[in-house]
Design a protein around this ligand. Structure first.
Ligand code: UT7
Length: 324
């Protein structure tokens, strides 16, 4: 294997202006701020305006990541967007983001692994960079899940929010014996036997966009063990342990899943980035938003070991470990 590494050099995020507190739902469904807070950890979420979409939010997050990394749009030769809420059935929303940024070289495509989408996208960007098929990638997660909600279903409509996050990942050739930065290990899984516990009941087969349907308790049951097993796999590949991790940046679905998984991995909660309270579950956008928020707060320092993991519809799940 060659010596090429994929190093994260910049982060960005965008959240729509409209903030929706838990109390908003009390007016039209049988729920309460108290139930939502204690069962999920969510206090508020952002909803996109009618002028906003997955591509417009993705462009804003990507622009921030480009500035943060010191790159110009024309430096980018790969755009990967993780999303389950494409603007259109085709072309890919990644190509709309590519043109919105003024990039006309390289290539762009969407990845659909629902809440695990950003983990799948980063693993693909890493593989393309290491194989020489790309040198500087924008890896984006952007979602408008508010457009998939059934507002009469109290078990799902209180969980999700809209937003976008992005990272720039660049080829790096460490000098012989130099520190190993960048993506150290990735681990991806899916198991379609569980496709019916989290899905959208629309698409080209129905001619409708459809609504999100979830058996929450069943997804929860799979989440902790699958996230822990996958993370143990990346830690093993990188020959480190949970206690070596400087920051965990998990998918933000439920504070109880985050607490339980990180505790089993021996990662103290003060080393876990949690943005769920402010943003709700933004699906594929949740990890890049959290990376960008934490980076903007100055949490990460060069050489830090950063772990992410996620699980979502499919089921699809996985994890990555990188050195900042
Ligand atoms: O990001 C993609 C992956 N998704 C996930 O990881 C989500 C995983 N699942 C979860 O986070 C949790 O299962 C939920 C937050 C969705 C639900 O929490 P729970 O503790 O598993 O609740 P539950 O489904 O077992 O429901 C407990 C009770 C039920 O009432 P009964 O049957 O005990 O009378 C529900 O009907 O809570 C009721 N309930 C609500 N009550 C007030 C469900 N939703 C609500 C609500 N407000 N919004």
């Amino acid at each position: 294997m060659n010596n090429i590494r994929s190093v994260v050099t910049g982060t960005g995020h965008y959240l729509p202006e409209k903030i929706v507190p838990n109390s908003y739902f009390e007016d039209f469904i049988d729920t309460s701020d108290e139930w939502i807070t204690t069962r999920t950890g969510i206090k508020q979420r952002h909803f996109a305006s009618s002028e906003e979409s997955t591509s417009t939010m993705g462009i804003k997050a990507a622009q921030m990541a480009l500035v943060n990394s010191g790159n110009k749009p024309e430096d980018i030769d790969l755009v990967i967007l993780a999303t389950s809420t494409s603007d259109h059935t085709f072309p890919s929303t990644a190509t709309q983001i590519q043109s919105g940024l003024g990039i006309s070289r390289g290539y762009a495509f969407d990845i659909q692994a629902v809440c695990a989408g950003f983990v799948f996208a980063l693993a693909n960007a890493n593989a393309l960079i290491k194989s020489g098929e790309a040198t500087k990638a924008l890896v984006i997660g952007s979602e408008t899940f508010s457009r998939l909600m059934d507002w009469e279903d109290r078990t799902t409509c209180i969980l999700f929010g809209d937003g976008a996050g992005a990272v720039v990942v660049e080829e790096d050739q460490p000098a012989n014996g130099g520190p190993e930065r960048g993506v150290l290990a990735t681990d991806l899984h899916s198991d379609g036997r569980y496709k019916d516990i989290l899905f959208v009941d629309g698409g080209v087969t129905t001619g409708t966009t459809g609504h999100l349907r979830m058996k929450g308790r069943e997804v929860f049951r799979h989440a902790v063990s699958k996230l822990v097993n996958s993370t143990e796999e990346v830690l093993k590949k990188a020959k480190v342990s949970g206690s070596d991790v400087d920051w965990a940046v998990p998918h933000q679905a439920n504070i109880r899943i985050i607490q339980s998984a990180t505790q089993k991995l021996n990662i103290p909660i003060d080393k876990v980035v949690v943005t769920l309270e402010q943003h709700g579950n933004t699906s594929a956008a949740s990890i890049p938003i959290s990376l960008s928020v934490a980076n903007a707060e100055g949490k990460f320092k060069k050489g830090d070991l950063i772990l992410s993991h996620a699980i979502g519809g499919g089921l699809c799940w996985g994890s990555f470990l990188l050195r900042w």
